[in-house]
Write a protein that binds this ligand. Structure first.
Ligand code: NAD
Length: 346
C-alpha cells in the first residue's frame, strides 16, 4: 500500500469503517501544500476493496493538478464510499461519512462525484462543515459545462483563427449532467451536433431539442467532425479509438481521458489538438471552491470563463516548443505544487 501511495504521490490515505451504518470509506489526499485538499466523493460498487483504494488514489492527483492550474488555494483529494451490497440507510451512511470528514479537521473538503447527489451532501452536512454541493449551494455541472464550452471555443480559435462556432461540427459522447449542458451551449452558438449515449431517451431529447444527429455509441469515434467532445467515460483516448478518430480537436469534460500518457503523444502526431482534461473540466471545482469561500456568482463565472484563456496560452506554448499539451500542463501543475510544498516546509 505504501508503494502505491508513493507512486501516486499521495500525502495521506485515510480509511474508515463503521459497522453500524455499513460505512467503508477511503479518503486519499494527494496534497495540502496549497491549502485544504478538495475533491468529490464517489458512491459506487467495487469488485474489491483494493479496487476502491486504487480508484481514490489514482484520482486524487488529478484534483491537485486541476486546483493548481485553476489557481485555487487548495490541494487535491478523492473520497470513495463503497456502496454496500446489502440493504442500508443512505442518510445514516452519509452522516457517518460526514463524521469521518469532520475528524480530518478541514484537511479535506468533500463534494459530489459519481453516485452522489446534493441530497447526500445535505446528509453529510449534518455531521461536518467541510462539505460543498448541498441542495442550498447546488450542482457544479453547469459550471463544468461552461468551462468546457469556453475551452472548445479557445480550441477552435487556435485551429481556425476565430472562435465563431457557426457551422462547426462537434461529435459529443455522453449526454449526462455536463454533456447535455455543453450540447445546449454549442447549439445556441450555431454548432452542428452528432451525439451518442447509452441512454436512448437522452439522445432522443437532443435530437428533438437541439437538432442533433444521433449515432450508435460504438460509432462516435469515427464521426468526421471538427471537435470530438468526450463527456461520458474515462480512458476513451486509447489504441482502439485512436485508429478511428476523424477530428482536429479533442475537448470534453470526461476525467482521465488518456488511457496512457503516450496516447497524448499519438494524438499530437496525428495533428489532433488535445485540451488536457483537468484543465478544461475545472469549472465545477472552481465553483465548488469559490462558493465554499463565499465568493460571488460574478467572480465564479469570470474565473470559469478564464479556462478558455488558459487553454489558448497552453496551445501557443505547445506550438512554440513542439510538445504535447498534456505534458506541459502536467509540468506546470507539478511546479506550482512543488513551489507551494517548499514554501510550506520553510
Ligand atoms: P453523468 O453520469 O451525468 O453523465 C455521463 C453520461 O455518459 C450518461 O448520460 C451516460 O449514460 C453516458 N454514457 C455512459 N457510457 C457511455 C457510452 N459508452 N457511450 C456514450 N455515453 C455513455 O456524468 P457527468 O456529471 O455529466 O460527468 C461526465 C464526465 O465528466 C465524467 O467523466 C465526469 O467524471 C466528468 N466530470 C464531471 C464534472 C461535473 O461537474 N459533473 C466535473 C469534472 C469532470
Amino acid at each position: 500500500m505504501f508503494e502505491q501511495m508513493e507512486n501516486a504521490g499521495l500525502e495521506r490515505l485515510h480509511l474508515a469503517c463503521d459497522p453500524e451504518s455499513g460505512l467503508r470509506a477511503i479518503i486519499a489526499i494527494h496534497s495540502t501544500a496549497r491549502g485544504p485538499a478538495i475533491g468529490g466523493c464517489r458512491f459506487i460498487t467495487y469488485q474489491s476493496e483494493a479496487d476502491a483504494i486504487t480508484d481514490a488514489t489514482r484520482l486524487a492527483r488529478g484534483m491537485s493538478y486541476k486546483a493548481a492550474l485553476a489557481g485555487l488555494p487548495h490541494g487535491g483529494a478523492k473520497a470513495v464510499v463503497i456502496k454496500p451490497d446489502h440493504n442500508f440507510d443512505r442518510h445514516a451512511l452519509m452522516k457517518s461519512f460526514g463524521r469521518f470528514v469532520q475528524d480530518l479537521a478541514g484537511k479535506y473538503i468533500t463534494a459530489m462525484d459519481s453516485g452522489t447527489q446534493t441530497s447526500d451532501m445535505d446528509s453529510i452536512s449534518q455531521t461536518t462543515k467541510w462539505v460543498t454541493c448541498t441542495s442550498q449551494t447546488g450542482d457544479p455541472s453547469p459550471y463544468t459545462a461552461l468551462g468546457v464550452f469556453e475551452g472548445i471555443k479557445a480550441s477552435v480559435k487556435h485551429i481556425h483563427g476565430s472562435d465563431d462556432l457557426h457551422g462547426i461540427h462537434v461529435s459529443l459522447q455522453g449526454l449526462g449532467h455536463v454533456g447535455y449542458a455543453v450540447a445546449e451551449l454549442l447549439y445556441k452558438s450555431g454548432a452542428h451536433l452528432t451525439v451518442s449515449d447509452i441512454d436512448n431517451a437522452k439522445v432522443l431529447k437532443a435530437v428533438n431539442e437541439l437538432g442533433a444527429k444521433a449515432i450508435a455509441p460504438d460509432r462516435i469515434y469515427g464521426v468526421e467532425a471538427d471537435v470530438f467532445c468526450p463527456c461520458g467515460l474515462g480512458a476513451i483516448i486509447n489504441d482502439h479509438s485512436l485508429q478511428q478518430l476523424h477530428c482536429r480537436i479533442v475537448a470534453g469534460s470526461a476525467n482521465n481521458q488518456l488511457e496512457r500518457e503516450e496516447h497524448g503523444e499519438l494524438l499530437r502526431r496525428r495533428g489532433i489538438l488535445y485540451a488536457p482534461d483537468y484543465l478544461i473540466n475545472a469549472g465545477g471545482l472552481i465553483f465548488v471552491a469559490m462558493q465554499h469561500a463565499g465568493q460571488s456568482d460574478a467572480a465564479i463565472n469570470s474565473k470559469v470563463r478564464q479556462i478558455g484563456t488558459s487553454l489558448g496560452q497552453l496551445y501557443q506554448q505547445a506550438d512554440q516548443e513542439d510538445r504535447c499539451t498534456h505534458r506541459i500542463a502536467n509540468e506546470r501543475a507539478e511546479t506550482i505544487i512543488a513551489r507551494a510544498a517548499l514554501h510550506s516546509a520553510a
